[in-house]
Ligand binder design. Structure first.
Ligand SMILES: *Cc1c(COP(=O)(O)O)cnc(C)c1O
Length: 372
């Protein structure tokens, strides 16, 4: 049996006609950059997330970069974030000449440990970037409380968490600014790159909207030094179609997570691996179903041999990346993140994953541990 980590074709087959019609309509219009298609998507996404503003940009990485630029982050500033995340979270900080200050994660949720923040705050701290990793929100009440007390801003890296919520508030509406990605493997994926910044602050939204078009409101008049980070009308039209199905696809992921939990328990595998834990109040959208496994690398090779796709998100914490040697962090600085990097394994969880394939994944993992 062949079980890919993600099968985008299975999703595309359900909506092919609708997507093709949307693409054709944009081609007939011959309007490709921003325009009414992008505005319509922005409005729909602002409604979905529950913020008053949403600004579509070229990628999730740009969303983070533009959010930091809108807050005026630059050389001399510090931004607190986690080392156990995708590179872009931290890359956006260092690209602006600011300094990332890492705090460790919680072992149960892989998200920022708010109790580590206080000792990392300095007079130079401008912002905190919690990451809603794998599709569940970080502990935003504690993070916001701390940020408010010290007058620093909170940018949510919600790239993996569209549709997730915490105590009824959606990811992207929990901080000062929310950043999303429409990379194809995200829960709402385009046919290429795309991203979004959400906020309830009209000044910040206005600044991000200007920054994405070279800091210009009136053509050829530049108020700020921005960049080109526009979303294509084609991507907007495709994403508008897919947004209608997002909740249904998320429910499919959540059903698969429940199924995994039941089967792993029945197979008595809970001594060999730790299943994802959902924090109280969180609605998890399972962009990834990430377990911790004993003999992770051997297990992964065994599964590959049996036709099962898995991935390690992420194998090297960012404080140990070669490009960040000058930050001066050593191995052992963030033990929870370092241990996670050695133990995590993400399993297939996409909505259309057939039941027999999911069962095969669990059976194959059981067979591995029976032999080891
Ligand atoms: C995907 C992702 C990003 C970056 O998004 P791109 O659209 O690929 O630039 C940033 N942070 C996290 C946590 C992500 O998963």
């Amino acid at each position: 049996m062949n079980v890919p980590l993600l099968d985008l074709k299975a999703q595309y087959r359900q909506i092919r006609g609708e997507v093709m019609a949307a693409i054709e309509a944009v081609c007939d219009e011959q309007g490709f950059i921003l325009g009414p298609r992008v505005i319509e998507l922005e409005q729909a996404l602002a409604r979905y997330v529950g913020t008053s503003h949403a600004v579509a940009v070229a990628s999730g990485s740009d969303a983070l970069l533009l959010a930091l630029m809108a807050l005026g982050v630059g050389p001399g500033d510090e931004v607190i974030t986690v080392p156990f995340t995708f590179f872009a979270t931290v890359g956006s900080i260092t690209r602006l000449g600011a300094k990332p200050v890492f705090v460790d994660i919680r072992p149960e949720t892989f998200n920022m440990d708010p109790s580590q923040i206080e000792k990392s705050l300095t007079a130079h701290t401008k912002a905190i970037i919690p990451v809603h990793l794998f599709g569940q929100c970080a502990e935003m009440e504690a993070i916001r409380e701390m940020a408010k007390r010290r007058r620093v801003r909170v940018i949510e890296d919600a790239c993996q968490a569209i549709g997730a919520s915490r105590n009824g508030v959606q990811a992207g509406a929990l901080g000062d600014l929310g950043c999303f990605s429409f990379f194809p493997s995200k829960n709402l994926g385009g046919f290429g790159d795309g991203g979004l910044v959400t906020t309830n602050d009209s000044r910040l939204s206005d600044t991000v909207a200007i920054l994405r078009v070279h800091g210009s409101r009136v053509r050829y008049m530049h108020e700020l030094v921005g960049m080109n980070s526009r979303l294509d009308a084609l991507q907007a039209a495709i994403l508008r179609v897919k947004l209608k199905y997002l909740d249904q696809w998320t429910e499919g992921r959540r059903r698969n997570a429940v199924q995994y939990e039941r089967l792993f328990k029945d197979a008595k595998l809970l001594e060999r691996l730790i299943l994802p834990r959902t924090d109280a109040g969180n609605h998890h959208v399972y962009n990834q179903f990430t377990i911790r496994a004993q003999k992770r690398d051997e297990l992964r090779a065994y599964l590959k041999d049996k036709g099962i796709g898995t991935e390690v998100y992420y194998p090297v914490p960012l404080h140990l990346q070669s490009c960040y040697q000058e930050l001066g962090y050593r191995k052992g600085a963030f033990p929870v993140s370092e241990r996670a990097a050695e133990e995590v394994l993400s399993l297939p969880i996409y909505a259309e994953l057939p039941d027999d394939q999911l069962t095969y994944v669990v059976d194959t993992i059981a067979a591995f541990y029976n032999h080891h």
